[in-house]
Design a binder for this molecule. Structure first.
Ligand code: C5P
Length: 390
């Protein structure tokens, strides 16, 4: 691939020299770009030596062609590592005040951002809003890790390891041949012709799983409750409203599925006597009676065969115990547990409870990144299960 490696001005800039070395070693053609602040931390000579190419350090040069447009046109991928808070803000707002921000606007290929900054700067709503905006426009984020930061504090903000950054830009096709059935979003249980009961699930986690799976070569069947999201173009989408409709759609598509991810926030109860007419307002107290809905995941647990079955658990307390209990009681291979507060968010912090007895806590990251890690674990689990003849 032809890659622009742009380096921002943060202490982690020294690590991007290793990123450049690994990219060149993997056979990529690398054009390094250093912002003015990056040059306070690391010299262009380091990158020109590693990449064998003159490094771009400013917007205006004496050359006869319009360099920021040419560079944008000639490269397939723009990787920014470290992406500082300032770079994220400038890109999110479309500023064009240096080589990187100007070239970014002209760039039509894939963009990968590896942010790094102080933990408070990272958590600031402005930074998180900029990141969410850039991600919604298609940028892939390689989230920082947790650890000791140069400013003396410990927390999220440390640049991802160079190997992980390079792995993130390497296309995978490790889900080729799989048919993945994903449920997403809430269900709506009618009360009368105009009212319903539902929950705050946004569907973002399930849609991120669908995108990640498609990107890794899988066929995806997405059974979706009502959400405000555009489904990935290549997914087969089945739109449902109620828990019963979701159950029917899932079992109608179970046959060909090899992996099932039950990400949807299914209502546990539905109104027993749905009124055929709109319920009138009176001064009296109104009671509704509920019947339990079918537990789709539990039924899948009984009928799964050798499919990999993944359930979700959104809890307000006792995350680990609840995840382990559901793993067992619903006969799943993995439970992805998160705090209920994550439902509407763009990021998620989850714990994976696996059939092997292992539990893995993942650091807070975008839902897309969490999706990638879930599938990494599914593939490992499959290997472990076949080794045990499970
Ligand atoms: O037991 P609990 O409802 O918390 O378990 C959550 C998991 O079960 C999720 O994976 C959800 O999709 C699934 N579920 C289901 N059918 C229901 C309720 C929950 O498949 N009626």
């Amino acid at each position: 691939m032809r890659i622009v490696l742009a380096v921002g001005g943060g202490i982690a800039a020294y690590k991007s020299a290793e990123v450049a070395r690994l990219l060149v070693k993997a056979g990529h053609e690398v054009q390094a770009v250093l912002t003015a602040s990056a040059q306070e931390f690391i010299r262009p000579l380091t990158f020109s030596t590693l990449t064998g190419k003159k490094v771009i350090t400013e917007l205006f040069s004496e050359s006869s062609y319009v360099e920021h447009i040419e560079v944008a046109r000639e490269h397939d991928l723009l990787l920014i590592a470290p992406a500082t808070a300032g770079i994220l803000a400038r890109l999110a707002n479309g500023h064009a005040d240096d080589f990187l921000s100007t070239m970014y606007l002209a760039f039509t290929g894939n963009v990968v951002l590896a942010p790094s900054m102080n933990d408070n700067m990272w958590s600031h709503p402005a930074t998180q809003a900029n990141l969410a905006l850039l991600e919604s426009r298609g940028a892939k984020i390689v989230s920082p890790g947790d650890g000791f930061l140069a400013c003396g504090t410990t927390g999220p903000g440390r640049l991802a390891e160079p190997e992980d950054i390079v792995a993130a830009i390497t296309p995978k096709s490790d889900l080729e041949g799989e048919t993945i059935l994903i449920t997403a979003g809430p269900t709506q249980e009618p009360i009368d012709p105009v009212r319903y009961l539902s929950n705050r699930s946004s569907g973002k986690m399930g849609y991120a799983l669908a995108e990640a799976a498609l990107n890794r070569g899988a066929k995806v069947i997405l059974v979706s409750g009502p959400v405000n999201l555009k489904p990935p173009a290549k997914a087969e989408v089945i739109a449902v409203r109620t828990a019963v409709e979701m159950r029917d759609a899932v079992f109608a598509h179970l046959e060909g599925a090899t992996i099932i991810v039950k990400c949807a926030a299914v209502a546990d109860y539905r109104v027993a006597n749905v009124s055929q007419q709109k319920i009138k307002k009176t001064a009296a107290r109104l009671s509704l009676e509920f019947d339990p809905t079918p537990d789709i995941l539990a039924e899948l647990g009984r009928k799964k065969g050798d499919r990999v079955l993944i359930g979700f658990a959104a809890e307000t307390e006792n995350l680990k115990q609840e995840a382990e209990r559901k793993l067992e009681s619903k006969n799943c291979d993995m439970i992805v547990a998160n705090l209920a507060a994550a439902v509407e968010s763009d990021t998620n912090e989850v714990m994976l409870a696996l059939r092997t007895g292992e539990t893995i806590s993942l650091p807070r990251a975008s839902k897309r990144e969490v999706a990638e890690k879930i599938f990494d674990q599914v593939l490992k689990l499959r290997l472990a299960m076949s080794a045990h003849g499970d």
